[in-house]
Write a protein that binds this ligand. Structure first.
Ligand code: BEZ
Ligand code: FE
Length: 295
């Protein structure tokens, strides 16, 4: 073997990079080249051992083994490594003054029930009632009528309906903004809960001394013709996990007051609520749609 180790290592990087010059598009070549450079830099910088690489392959294999139609361990891995949020952040930079996005998470489902404005999305899920209201506008401040607003959240025990495995639909629904862009609904006050941590990603978190807890939040997905789909949450100001959310999803602009209302306080729609309830405001600003760069 000839040459210094560093030169041999660099020559290998160059050979792998050169192997991609026939890629089917310039963008694919760029992605594969950069991936190669960064992965090789990681191996060289850490002086990765063969045993460590074998352990990493075993870990990824186990992620594959537990992944099925209902569970996606690779997305969870991307989430806890901050890759999901970094990808969102890089792409959100283009959205200007629009509401910031955050991770979608694994618990969105198609086909949620529709509720009217002011309707109740809880569907019997346990939790302290919460009135959420706001507007949908574009970045020019124009109200967006008829925006489809999907909302979903965990119940007071920290579980989404789909985690019960009994077919129930609760704490999720969709509604449409009115002609002035306004919307409102009753939900339940979000509580902190752990991400699914009974698989390899949970073991990784435990080995790293990290908590699986997510800061209390309520999910939104907002769509309207000609405007960019917004996937986001609102977070509860004061939640103890805001600064250590397990998937790095918290953005300052998404932290909202969930003001506690005493038992007996008049509700916005005259509903009679037993005990305390909370209320939050979330004004949503949608960016103009942009055509995705394709591979
Ligand atoms: C969630 O918010 O539901 C979630 C997000 C990322 C990973 C796991 C769960
Ligand atoms: Fe969630």
């Amino acid at each position: 073997m000839t040459g210094e180790p560093g030169a041999r290592e660099e020559a290998l990087v160059q050979r792998v990079v050169a192997s991609f010059t026939g890629a089917s598009s310039p963008r694919l070549e760029e992605l594969l080249t950069s991936l190669t450079r960064h992965l090789h830099a990681f191996v060289r910088e850490t002086r990765l051992t063969e045993a460590e690489w074998a352990a990493a392959i075993r870990f990824l294999t186990r992620c594959g083994e537990v992944t099925d139609a209902n569970r996606q361990e690779f997305i969870l891995l991307s989430d806890v490594l901050g890759i999901s949020m970094q990808t969102i952040t890089v792409n959100d930079a283009a959205a200007g003054d629009a509401t910031e996005a955050t991770v979608v998470g694994p618990f969105f489902t198609e086909g949620s029930p529709r509720v009217p404005i002011g309707g109740d999305i809880a569907g019997g899920a346990p939790g302290r009632p919460c009135w959420v209201e706001g507007t949908v506008t574009d970045t020019g401040g124009k109200p967006v009528a008829g925006a489809r607003i999907e909302v979903w959240e965990a119940d007071d025990d920290g579980f989404y309906d789909v985690q019960y495995g009994d077919g129930r639909v609760a704490a999720r629904a969709h509604l449409f903004s009115d002609e002035n862009g306004r919307y409102a609904f009753w939900g339940i006050t979000p509580v902190p809960y752990p991400i699914p941590d009974d698989g390899p990603v949970g073991e990784l978190l435990a080995a790293a001394g990290r908590s699986p807890m997510r800061a209390s939040h309520l999910h939104f997905m907002v769509t309207a013709p000609g405007l960019r789909t917004l996937v986001t949450h609102i977070f509860v100001r004061g939640c103890e996990y805001l600064d250590r959310d397990s998937v790095f999803g918290v953005k300052e602009s998404l932290i909202k007051d969930f003001a506690v209302q005493p038992a007996g306080a008049a509700t916005p729609d005259g509903r009679v609520v037993d005990g305390e309830w909370t209320r939050a405001r979330f004004d949503i600003v949608l960016a103009v749609d942009q055509v995705d760069r394709c591979m």
